[in-house]
Write a protein that binds this ligand. Structure first.
Ligand SMILES: Cc1cc2nc3c(=O)[nH]c(=O)nc-3n(C[C@H](O)[C@H](O)[C@H](O)COP(=O)(O)OP(=O)(O)OC[C@H]3O[C@@H](n4cnc5c(N)ncnc54)[C@H](O)[C@@H]3O)c2cc1C
Length: 457
């Protein structure tokens, strides 16, 4: 058998680490170069005094195949803790919380839900759900784009406009917008239809899980398997050198040049474009269409329990309220083992939207926590009068918002030009649907492609 090559992976997020892990399993030598002083990219854990926070990626959805396969291989699948994502969601309507999918035995919740449903128009709502099912039921998978090709029309439209025109403004404002903001961290008008469907379907199907000890554990496990000495931190790559349609190596920002004929480019899309000036336009153009939104993830710590563990996972604030975030999540309903003891709790919110974010982006951690508390206190009267601390993370490139036409353009490049440059391979969540599952599956497929098992990813 021919000796396996050495491969350089640029970027140590899910997509890069997954490529490195699967290449390592196949017997390749791998070296990962990561710009930051930590690996994991948009998966990471923060711990303080027993409070544990998934700073970026949070949930493993029941449909996630690759994530579960890798957690199984690493022997940590039993640490997944399910909770009811859809069933646990409340929406603020008519000055109170309404369960989007109420417990049928809770008459009060059912009555509030009826009022909300009547306002949106039950027929409109059901027609919208049927539309989602048409594209997603039995086909939806976040680790590929096959299911979405028919609805990804490159016609300049957006998901918000589409919902408003076809199912009415109220379905948009009181269901779709809060749901898209909750998991997509963006307004539906800034997203493509496939992106919107992905988010809404995730919630409609319900069920999700968190990983005890944080999702970042998967990154730690991978690095232990491939060997920490092969993961070079604080090593930003300035260029992936391509000459005559062949990959030659990488240039580090430090000036060092490393020869290598096989390089996986696993950075975010904008960084990939910056470091690959040698790529032909027909490979760069689809990646130029990738849009990313940003977010501030702010978590307040409390020294008393906020829910009985059975209460909703959280609440969604529709945009008419004018608040800078939509999602408020109770840690005790979602991930109780991530709290120091039975008498503690935490609440996470995600600031989003370019109409609001600029006002908060440069504020200090203390100022953001203070503001977060002043807003959530208006909607959750049961909150204590003070919080005891907190944590703020700013993610300048949070989510791939898949504007209409972008997934199809990327798929066209994957199908027809993916291997046009010898030894060069894109890997990243944006190659499929922009999720953790998407990034892991992409990395795995890149390894299979390098190994000759498949022709494209
Ligand atoms: C707040 C938040 C919540 C989320 N929640 C979920 C969730 O619940 N479920 C889900 O599936 N997804 C979620 N996501 C999305 C998920 O985190 C991403 O889809 C996934 O982590 C992307 O992985 P990636 O490897 O493609 O990119 P990244 O994780 O961004 O990795 C890219 C890496 O490349 C490095 N890099 C960049 N430039 C260079 C360079 N020049 N040289 C070397 N290295 C470089 C970066 O530092 C980074 O480490 C969430 C994201 C955010 C921000």
């Amino acid at each position: 058998m021919a000796e396996k090559k050495n491969v350089i992976v640029v970027g140590g997020g899910c997509a890069g680490l997954s490529a490195a892990y699967h290449l390592h399993k196949k017997g390749y030598g791998v070296e990962v170069y990561e710009a930051q002083e930590r690996f994991g990219g948009r998966m990471g854990i923060y711990e303080e005094n027993g409070y544990l926070i998934d700073e970026y990626a949070q949930f493993v959805h029941p449909s996630y195949k690759k994530a579960k396969e890798m957690l199984t291989e690493m022997g940590i699948i039993d640490d997944l803790q399910p909770f009811d994502l859809g069933g646990g969601m409340n929406v603020w309507f008519n000055n109170h919380w309404v369960a989007a999918f109420p417990d049928p035995s809770d008459a009060e919740a059912v009555a509030a839900n009826k009022e909300w449903m009547e306002y949106m128009g039950e027929d409109n709502f059901n027609a919208f759900v049927a539309y989602c099912a048409k594209y997603c039921d039995g086909k939806f998978y976040e680790g590929s784009t096959d299911w979405m090709m028919d609805c990804d029309q490159d016609d300049g439209s957006n998901f918000g406009e589409f919902v408003k025109n076809n199912f009415g403004e109220r379905v948009l404002e009181y269901f779709v917008q809060p749901v898209v903001a909750s998991l997509g961290l963006e307004y539906p008008e800034k997203c493509g239809t496939a992106f919107g469907l992905q988010i809404v379907w995730t919630v409609l199907v319900g069920g999700a899980a968190v990983l005890k000890g944080g999702l970042g554990r998967l990154a730690n496990e991978i690095v232990n398997i491939i060997g920490p000495e092969h993961v070079h931190l604080g090593a930003p790559v300035a260029e992936i050198v391509i000459e005559d349609k062949k990959t030659k190596g990488i240039k580090l920002e430090s000036g060092e040049y490393i020869e290598c004929d096989t390089v996986v480019c696993a950075t975010t899309a904008p960084a990939a474009l910056k470091i690959t000036p040698g790529l032909p336009d027909y490979m760069r153009k689809p990646v130029e269409r990738v849009t990313l939104c940003r977010t501030i993830h702010s978590t307040l710590f409390f020294d008393e329990k906020l829910t009985d563990g059975k209460k909703p996972v959280g609440g969604l604030l529709p945009r008419e309220l004018g608040e800078p975030f939509c999602t408020c999540l109770f840690q005790s309903s979602r991930n109780p083992v991530a709290l120091p003891d039975d008498h503690s709790d935490a609440m996470s919110v995600f600031y989003f939207g370019e109409d609001q974010l600029p006002k908060y982006w440069d504020l200090s951690e203390e100022e953001i926590l203070e503001h977060t508390f002043s807003v959530v206190k208006k909607y959750f009267s049961e909150l204590p009068d003070h919080y005891i601390g907190g944590h703020v993370v700013k993610a300048p490139m949070a989510n791939f918002t898949m504007r209409n036409g972008c997934p199809s353009a990327i798929k066209e490049m994957r199908d027809n030009h993916y291997k046009d440059i010898e030894g060069f391979y894109f890997s990243g969540d944006y190659m499929y649907t922009g999720s953790y599952e998407s990034a892991l599956n992409c990395g795995c497929n890149v390894a299979r492609c390098i190994d000759g098992e498949i022709e494209s990813i």
